[in-house]
Design a protein around this ligand. Structure first.
Ligand code: HEM
Length: 318
């Protein structure tokens, strides 16, 4: 059955979400041009704070708006108001930054190409309108906020819980592969996306069933990634299973935290690098401890921790 996931996730379907008078384009490939750290570095402190709180409201508002019957189409519900207000803040902030980049593109395109290839690619694409550029830039922020924060927080939680794994990370800090294995193991146990979904553009046979065109099909890899059928000791945090030299083999579609195919997450490489850099700095300087035992996930727009993740950071030189 897992092999059949490929048949529909591989569909190069264009996807757009018309909302709030704009169209979210989700163009594959475009956001993958963002360098690590760039999306945070180009925004100064105060607007970054505003964006942070607006993006939380945006995710909450979007969830409340899309989860129930669409009464927001008849009148503005509280969720819709939250969504609209946060969207305006995000849109205005990004728009003003984009204007600065546009000036730079006109006066010194080569400098922009070197220092911000993402913005250069957006602005030099003649098929994109001003609104398209704004929406794609917004995607880079919104696509990566909750997902990255949740994965970071859970990785710190698992490392705090598993002292021997934490020590092994510290001993292998110069080599990214063990830290990457920890991130993969966090995403296996606590993936921020419950499922990967596609609307079928044509009638498609999946796992022996004929599914009609336009049906929304979801592969719940958050279930298979937790299943003993695919992972031995599935409930345990064992990053070693992801190392190249480990003897454990498992199906490549059993854990798909970044999706698969033309619409898979374009932020994957960026976020892996960001998290490795941050985790390495934290573990160099701090020993992690926690009193929390099990922390599950709840569904919002992305899956997030069901409660606060509390971690003690103890200076290693004390
Ligand atoms: C741990 C962090 C992240 C996780 C777990 C994650 C996960 C995902 C998943 C599961 C999808 C849907 C893939 C599919 O349907 O096949 C997705 C799509 C997307 N992600 Fe991420 N993501 C993360 C970070 C980021 C970051 C940092 C960015 C931006 C820099 C980003 C931008 C996007 C965009 C734009 C899409 C839509 C792609 C499309 O539809 O073509 N993500 N992500």
């Amino acid at each position: 059955m897992l092999n059949s996931i490929k048949s529909f996730l591989d569909i190069p379907s264009p996807m757009s979400l018309p909302l709030l008078g704009h169209t979210y384009l989700f163009l594959p490939g475009v956001t993958s041009l963002v360098c690590p750290g760039q999306r945070l570095r180009c925004i100064s402190d105060e607007p970054a704070e505003q964006l942070k709180s607006a993006s939380k409201d945006f995710m909450d508002g979007l969830y409340k708006t899309l989860i129930g019957p669409p009464i927001w189409k008849l009148f503005e519900t509280d969720g819709y108001k939250q969504l609209k207000c946060s969207h305006q803040i995000i849109y205005r902030t990004i728009e003003s930054y984009l204007k600065d980049f546009q000036k730079m593109y006109k006066t010194n395109p080569n400098f922009l190409k070197e220092t911000n290839p993402f913005m250069y690619t957006l602005l030099s694409n003649k098929n994109l309108s001003q609104d398209d550029c704004n929406m794609l830039a917004i995607e880079v922020f919104l696509g990566g906020i909750d997902t990255t924060a949740t994965t970071m927080a859970f990785t710190l939680h698992y490392l705090a819980q598993n002292e021997s794994v934490q020590e092994k990370v510290r001993q292998n800090l110069s080599d990214d592969s063990y830290l990457k294995a920890c991130i993969k193991e966090t995403l296996r146990l606590r993936p921020t996306a419950g499922a990967n979904s596609r609307f079928l553009p044509q009638d498609t046979v999946i796992g022996g069933y004929l599914i009609p065109k336009n049906t929304l099909v979801s592969a719940f890899s958050s279930i298979t990634s937790h299943s003993e059928e695919y992972f031995k000791n599935a409930d345990q945090y064992i990053p070693d299973r992801w190392l190249r030299n480990s003897n454990t083999a498992f199906h490549k579609f059993a854990s798909l935290p970044f999706g698969y195919g033309p619409r898979m997450c374009p932020g994957k490489r960026l976020v892996e690098n960001e998290m490795v850099i941050l985790l390495r700095e934290i573990l160099k300087n701090f020993k992690l401890e926690t009193d929390s035992a099990h922390i599950g996930m709840v569904y919002r727009m992305n899956r997030i921790a069901e409660k606060s993740i509390n971690i003690k950071f103890l200076h290693t030189n004390h």
